[in-house]
Design a protein around this ligand. Structure first.
Ligand code: PLP
Length: 430
């Protein structure tokens, strides 16, 4: 018997593409549990000893505090646990001189939920029956935006400018000739630094996007899940953005706390109040225990310090290793890594790839290595655009030996594929 689902039920019970790949990875591992699989797919942060120790110490302190009962045995304010709101206000006012108040802060169960609230409060069909779109100004971007709008028609995205920086490095830019923000735009959203590409949209480009959006009173959501002040996986110096139409969305997940589900949005109260009401209807509020430990880690200054001293350098070293290994082992083809400006992934572009990225995923899997096909990160773009199916996301969360093994497998597969394609082309040419 099939369950009669609502349109929303049908849409939201579908797994987005990348989750289907994660499912395939789990099934492949379960089918051959003794095979020496190398998994370069995860977005889960590495458990770094210094980071774990920080969270353990604050967990103990909260558990032993006299407020423990008040924190975990009672419901709290939907806006957030007051000491955490205070810690965020203090951080932004002292570090960036913003002059915000508690009204400018909203704590949510992970940043995914606040972006979901934003996408569905400001985008979709409005009270006048007009479809207002969620605009991603630079595709590729976070695959989690794919399923974020309850109205499937609402998501649109803009293909990028591609700048070749050197023989094996490229960078995406915003193609303003294709970016149209107007009365049909409900909100603009982008990750900075970007999952999957590691791109940091340039500051002048962000300013231009904000100005174009302001002209139509459109809110801009800057998803800083990897940005400053924590986890600060940004390797080009950037600061948080503020503005009367800007919401800066942060996450504790990549700072080692994905399990506690804490997101922090900072911005104008006219947006946050709407999102807060939406989330109160859906989930009431985020875990109070998690909020309490985060409040302490922010107020003590430790979180910002550990992000800077431990988390950032860790992934930077991993990327340097990957770049060196690629330079040593890739065949003589047009391969490019995106300039590593942040986040925890390498983004590989194999220009003129003779097969699709999904087929490439399977070929690399045959070598015992999992990566993530890139096409899942281009929702809302033309499927015929070749670049869409020429990229791979490679996680930097693996051990050095696994990265070494993974890069060797990618290089072997690439050599085989491009050799075969050039032999076929030679034969065809006679
Ligand atoms: C760019 C980006 N935004 C948002 C999220 C969601 O993070 P959270 O765990 O805070 O919901 C992720 C998670 O991977 C992400 O990569």
């Amino acid at each position: 018997m099939t369950t009669d689902l609502s349109k929303t039920g049908i849409r939201m019970s579908r797994l987005t593409g990348v989750r289907a790949i994660m499912h395939d990875i789990r099934q492949s591992q379960a089918a051959s549990p003794s095979a020496p699989w190398t998994n370069l797919s995860p977005g889960n942060p590495v458990i770094l000893p210094e980071v774990e120790a920080m969270w353990r110490a604050h967990t103990r302190a909260v558990a032993d505090s006299k407020e423990f009962g008040e924190i975990v045995c009672r419901y709290g304010e939907s806006q957030g646990y007051p000491p955490l709101l205070d810690a965020v206000v203090d951080l932004f006012n002292k570090k960036y001189g913003w002059g915000i108040t508690q009204d400018n802060v909203l704590i949510t169960p992970g940043s995914q939920s606040s972006l979901f609230a934003a996408a569905n409060c400001f985008c979709g069909v409005n009270a006048k029956g007009q479809l207002r779109k969620l605009l991603l100004p630079l595709s590729p971007d976070y695959t989690g935006y794919d399923g974020i709008c309850l109205d499937e028609e609402a998501l649109v995205s803009v293909p990028p400018d591609i700048e070749i920086i050197d023989a094996h490095t490229f960078k995406y830019g915003v193609d303003f000739s294709k970016l149209h923000i107007d009365a049909t735009t409900g909100a603009v959203m982008f990750s900075r630094p970007c999952n999957p590409s590691g791109n940091v949209i340039r500051t002048d480009e962000v300013e231009k996007i904000i100005a174009l959006a302001r002209a139509h009173d459109v809110p801009v959501f800057i998803d800083a899940a990897y940005g400053p002040p924590f986890p600060n996986l940004a390797f080009t110096p950037i600061d948080p953005f503020r503005g009367d139409n800007v919401v800066y969305s942060m996450s504790l997940s990549k700072a080692g706390l994905p399990g506690e589900r804490i997101g922090i949005a900072v911005g104008p109260s006219r947006y946050l109040d709407v999102m807060r009401a939406f989330l109160t209807n859906a989930v009431i509020h985020s875990s109070r225990f998690g909020q309490a430990i985060v409040a302490r880690a922010i107020a003590s200054g430790e979180l910002v310090k550990v992000s800077q001293a431990v988390i950032g350098p860790y992934y930077r070293k991993k990327f340097e290793l990957m770049r060196r290994l690629m330079a040593e082992s890739m065949p003589a083809i047009d391969w490019y890594l995106h300039k590593f400006e942040g986040a925890l992934f390498a983004w590989l572009w194999l220009k003129d790839l003779p097969i699709t990225d999904l087929e490439l995923y399977n070929e690399i899997k045959k070598e015992g290595v999992f990566v993530v096909p890139g096409s899942f990160f281009f929702p809302g773009t033309d499927a015929r655009w070749k670049h869409r199916s020429e990229c791979l996301r490679i996680s930097l969360t693996a051990a050095d030996e696994e990265i070494t093994k993974g890069v060797a497998a990618i290089a072997r597969v690439a050599a085989k594929l491009y050799n075969k394609a050039s032999n076929t082309a030679r034969i065809a040419a006679g």
